[in-house]
Design a binder for this molecule. Structure first.
Ligand code: NAD
Ligand code: TYD
Length: 334
């Protein structure tokens, strides 16, 4: 029986990972540790919360006592808790830094002290910085983050490695590309576009909407995280590319088409400061372990849009939770 702790298990990727662990490992125990910030919500686990194998502990990654209690007896830790939004990090870099860098150090040290067998730190492809040519970043490339969010993630990514070197912490580092799928907080591109289109509101595209992201379905990502937990080499980092690049404007058009809404809803708005044009990462290292992104984009996008349509209460409730920030952010971009 494997006892997992999943930090950030009430967030987007976390709740999908918890579901996958419960589905794939009948004997496991999963303890979620989550501060339930605006982005984390028990509703994200509503369909599994009665499962006796699951326990949810509300706590902050910067609370060492609560972390020590939570990690006591754990075999493995997935560390996902973070402030995950670039735009919020631009407005409030301190909160982002405190959770993502200080908090990660707390979790990593707690994992060392609890003597866990494995820790998986979920970093991001954004740590390499912007891609300026066709060469995909390899894990051995230098990190060159350009915004407060990726800088905080890069700090934690290298702290994880440093604690492996210093204390032999059995940590593995995952660097996935932009995830999409059910339960993503509607401050990220796809759920923002779906929500706005459903309400016949303008779809705000930063700049001319020509930036490119490599979209990875969250189910593929979570399968990759599990594989790395089992087969990843400690101390190593692994890119998880979706190999599915699209311009933001193409994504907005696809959402409008799926929902039968006119393209005239698209609005070009003031760009995000320091907006990275593209991230391109090489997947050879994780491919060698037998992982590939498998969800086809057209199907993944369609089912994702349908999920938001079928869960309008969830979507409207989450938009309401993020409203203060969104009002402030988009008001400045008109
Ligand atoms: P999310 O914002 O949906 O969820 C983050 C979760 O962390 C929430 O449940 C929140 O309550 C919790 N949290 C925030 N601050 C906390 C704190 N101080 N203490 C405890 N819990 C706290 O984020 P996500 O999209 O699920 O991302 C999960 C992880 O994956 C993050 O580390 C993120 O940097 C990384 N990542 C995300 C993507 C993506 O496209 N979503 C891509 C690459 C990497
Ligand atoms: P986002 O989902 O915030 O993820 P990330 O910043 O981690 O890539 O943004 C994805 C892309 O979509 C990014 O290029 C910014 C752009 N974007 C918009 O054009 N309009 C929006 O309203 C949002 C939220 C994002």
């Amino acid at each position: 029986m494997r006892r997992y702790v999943v930090t950030g298990g009430c967030g987007f990727i976390g709740c999908n990972l918890v579901r996958l662990l419960l589905a794939e490992e009948p004997e496991c125990r999963v303890r979620v540790y989550d501060a339930l910030t605006y982005a984390g919500d028990l509703r994200n686990l509503a369909d599994v919360v009665e499962d006796v194998r699951l326990e949810v502990v509300q706590g902050d990654v910067n609370d060492p006592q609560a972390l020590a209690q939570t990690l006591y007896g754990a075999d493995a830790v997935y560390h996902l808790a973070a402030e995950s939004h670039n735009d919020r990090a631009v407005l409030d870099p301190w909160t982002t830094w405190h959770t993502n860098a200080d908090g990660a150090l707390r979790v990593l040290l707690a994992a060392r002290d609890a003597d866990v067998e494995r820790v998986l730190y979920v970093s991001t492809d954004e740590v390499y910085g912007e891609s300026v040519d066709e060469r995909a970043f390899k894990e051995s490339d230098p990190l060159n983050p350009r915004g407060p969010y990726p800088a905080s993630k890069a700090a934690a990514d290298r702290l994880a490695y440093a604690l492996h070197v210093a204390y032999g912490l059995p940590v593995i580092i995952a660097r996935p590309t932009n995830n999409y799928g059910p339960y993503q907080f509607p401050e990220k591109l796809i759920p923002v576009m779906v929500h706005r289109a459903l309400h016949d509101q303008p779809l705000p595209l930063y700049g001319r909407g020509q930036q490119v992201r490599d979209f990875l379905h969250v189910e593929d990502c979570c399968r990759g995280l599990r594989l790395l937990m089992e087969k990843g080499k400690v101390g190593e980092a692994y890119n998880l590319p979706g190999e599915n690049e699209h311009q933001n404007i193409e994504v907005a058009r696809a959402v409008l088409e799926e929902l039968g809404k006119p393209e005239s809803l698209i609005r070009f708005v003031q760009d995000r400061p320091g907006h990275d044009t593209r991230y391109l990462v090489d997947g050879a290292r994780i491919h060698a372990l037998g992982w590939l992104a498998t969800v086809p984009w057209e199907e993944g996008l369609r089912t994702t849009i349908r999920w938001y349509c079928d869960n309008r209460d969830w979507l409207d409730y989450m938009v309401q939770k993020g409203k203060d920030f969104a009002d402030r952010w988009y008001a400045d971009r008109q």
